[in-house]
Design a protein around this ligand. Structure first.
Ligand code: ATP
Ligand code: MG
Length: 366
């Protein structure tokens, strides 16, 4: 396998079975050096397994792992350029912050003077300058998380593996720590691989995101790619608040696919791959792109419009979700910023129209 020097991680056909359980099927992807990469997906999808295979805490059942171009598939963790922040792994409760951070360096028999310098530098990096003598129970959850981070970063390995590093934090703290992690990654400039099941967290921190589900890599791309232009229906349903409607391909013309969704025919941009007429397909449209209007109101030529019945609105603080029922009984959601919401413009049971910009829908073949 040939590889350019700036690929930090490459996995090829990587698989893992635990006895009869196949946790990872045959995953291949690569990560550029210095990137912040997220592995995002539902619980039990294989994220921890994949991260542990990269870190050397598990041996693969199939496939290979390359780090900076060198095969490491069967090397132990300490012979890889990685360090790992484990899922649900706490600090040593009886040790000060300083001793917690110094722990790994002591095992490596780094001289005491160097240890002190490196620990101080790392505590400053994570915003905990002067916290050396505190005990873990004297720290907030976010501060404890930062000590954990310092404990891994201080090893000065080239690739940091983080397994749900923010899972134990409340929503507010998690948001702050996301920005903090990103700032730290930019400062140290090493490759971060961050496992999470939280889409907002992944979108905030990552340069690129891999969607992992059911032991497979579903899709990979920049945060914007997977959010705005998901190729796979699974991605559309997992990330963002998408409406997904199913139908059959009626015709393909001029870069558009005409889809028969039962109660209407709609046009969806054609994907690069060929689309066979008659095939079952679905399309997704994000809830913030859906607009509700009165029947017969003009939405513009570049919009797709279908009839619906207004159900209710749900106030969510920042946004308001307007629920409508389509003629086939499925529900769709149109989300607006609270400040821009039309308020009680529509009543339950009212006949309305819902529309979306034609070029923003995504086709997903079954
Ligand atoms: N040691 C093990 N023995 C048997 N099965 C295992 C073992 N570890 C994990 N599994 C199974 O492998 C699959 C993937 O597990 P994994 O821990 O990689 O998922 P995950 O994506 O990290 O999930 P979560 O988000 O809940 O942490 C699951 O079905 C899990 O039950
Ligand atoms: Mg896990």
């Amino acid at each position: 396998m040939t590889e350019s020097a700036d690929i930090a991680v490459e996995v090829v056909g990587l698989g893992k079975n635990y006895g009869a359980v196949t946790a990872l099927k045959s995953v291949s992807f690569s990560i550029e050096s210095g990137k912040y990469y997220a592995l995002l997906g539902p619980s039990g999808g294989g994220k921890t397994t994949l991260l542990r295979l990269i870190g050397g805490f598990l041996r693969p059942s199939a496939g290979r792992v390359y780090l900076h171009g060198a095969e490491v598939s069967h090397l132990p963790p300490n012979r890889r350029p990685t360090s790992m922040v484990f899922q649900n792994y706490a600090l040593f409760p009886h040790m000060t912050v300083e001793r917690n951070v110094a722990y790994g360096l002591k095992l490596l028999r780094v001289p005491a003077g160097d240890i002190r310098d490196r620990v101080d530098r790392m505590l400053a990096m994570v915003g905990l300058e002067g916290y050396n003598r505190r005990m873990p129970h004297e720290l907030s959850g976010g501060q404890q998380q930062r000590v954990q981070l310092a404990r891994s970063l201080v090893l000065e390995r080239d690739i940091l593996l983080l397994d749900e590093p923010l899972a134990s934090l409340d929503a507010r703290l998690r948001k702050d720590m996301c920005l903090e992690l990103k700032r730290i990654q930019e400062k140290v400039g090493i490759t971060f691989i961050h496992v999470t099941h939280n889409q907002e967290e992944a979108l905030t921190v990552a340069d690129r995101i891999a969607i992992i589900a059911d032991g497979e890599l579903v899709e990979e791309g920049t945060a914007r790619d997977v959010y705005e232009t998901p190729d796979k229906r699974f991605t559309a349903e997992f990330i963002g608040d998408n409406n997904v409607l199913e139908g059959a391909v009626a015709a393909v013309f001029d870069g558009r696919v005409a889809l028969d969704i039962g109660f209407a025919k709609v046009e969806v941009p054609a994907p690069p791959a060929p689309v066979p007429t008659g095939a079952r397909a679905a399309f997704s449209i994000r809830s913030e792109l859906l607009r509700i209007a009165g029947r017969g109101e003009d939405m513009g030529a570049s919009w797709q419009v279908v009839p619906a019945e207004y159900v209710e609105d749900v106030y969510l603080g920042l946004t308001v979700s307007h629920l409508v029922r389509l003629p086939d009984g499925t529900e769709a959601v149109a989300r607006q910023m609270s400040g821009e919401s039309d308020g009680n413009r529509f009543e339950a049971g009212q006949e309305v129209a819902v529309g979306w910009p034609t070029d923003r829908a995504r086709l997903h073949l079954a």
